[in-house]
Design a protein around this ligand. Sequence first.
Ligand code: NAD
Length: 454
Amino acid sequence: MNITIAGAGYVGLVTGAACAYFGHEVTFVDVDASKLEAIRRGTSPIYEPGLQELLKLGKDRIRCTQDYAEALPGCDIAFITVGTPYLPDGSPNLSYVEAAAREIGLHIGAGYTLVVNKSTVPVGSGNWVEAIVRDAFESRNGHRPNGKFSVASNPEFLREGSALHDTFYADRIVIGSRDPRAVAMLTELYQPIQNQDFVPPAFLPRPEGQGAVPVVTTDLASAELIKYAANAFLTVKISFINEIASLAESVGADVVQLSRGIGLDSRIGPRFLQAGIGWGGSCFGKDTSALISIAREYGKRAPIVEAAREVNCEQREKVIEKLLNELKIMKGRVIGILGVAFKPNTDDLRDAPALDIARRLVGRGAKVVAHDPIALDRARAENTLPGLVFKDNPEEVFADADAVVLATEWPLYRSLPFAELLATMSTPVFLDGRNFLDPQQMQSFGFRYLGVGR
Ligand code: NAD
């Protein structure tokens, strides 16, 4: 098939690279020329394990353009994978989706094209995109499109850092459409993943026991709501354990043991029960905010999701409280931060807890010195906070620090020469915001070790 990917970001690149791997002709169309240039050069514009290799494997079937007029004619499936960040009122900014849909409508070719919303968009967006494509088509051609396209929803569930694994070995594929032709095309596209009968790339072996991937076919509105409900549920689970972690600290319990104790209950499950400084990233914040805004639009509230957001915000402030408790005065202090990306194995800084915590610390008069193994260039380029500096080596974060906060659990932070680093600090306070290190061992080095909920 000929596949157009409108938006070569985290989702678009992974989707496009996977489609090329499965033998489809892929055209990336993006407004950002630098991203397209990077793809043409054979490099990935984002850091995602395995993505560069996957793009290389498909390079003969991948084209890039800024021009929809080049990308659309002859296209069987056009994925919309542009960003949907939130607006100040919490609702999603749909202007990128609107622009992409209009361009698709203007340039749809002579045959039938299936337009697929893969961006996370509010309920009703399928109908809305359909109207935009139809109007744009009509404005250019002077007649109605009459069956030349339809719109489906195909929400994306990949996790940055393991996006390729989540695409090739997905938990499920959701297809939202009542148009049998649309469902048939997407089912055909996903057939190798559904049946797991493809030869895996060498760097992405099929997990042992991996079975067929369920395909959930729904109406448009259900598919759109599935995405928000899934993300909201995950945030609730994390915020729940963080709420319990707070209680555990007060009563002298250990939330790590507690998580194991409840996670082994098969009705609950162990994942997303790791207490810490809370969730971040490009999706959880904006998708929970969008869900609340959708509910409001229908005269409803989403109090559980609102509470999850509130607890998450408190988790970040608790870092400051814990440090204040130890250091009493924040003005003039030097605080080190290990890990800036919102989670390991990505260079994504959107809503990164580390940056929020840095802002709060700088706001109280501290100087913050941070390290990240992958996201430093991006962090330096995007930083506008005076008082926040980035260092190339994790060791430099400890020098003269009054406290060090581990904000992102990058594996390399497990093997730092802690005993030596402690000697370079002003005060030996270490706040492990991800309960990542062994408390006893850290204490044996001489650190005043603080975890979350233990
Ligand atoms: P991103 O910001 O990484 O990428 C979006 C891309 O779209 C950018 O390269 C941007 O230049 C491009 N773009 C903007 N306007 C355009 C236009 N009119 N035409 C063509 N390209 C245009 O975003 P992302 O993280 O890939 O997210 C995309 C969507 O997928 C969002 O709705 C997001 O909520 C959803 N999603 C993201 C993830 C994730 O982990 N990142 C997971 C699941 C779903």
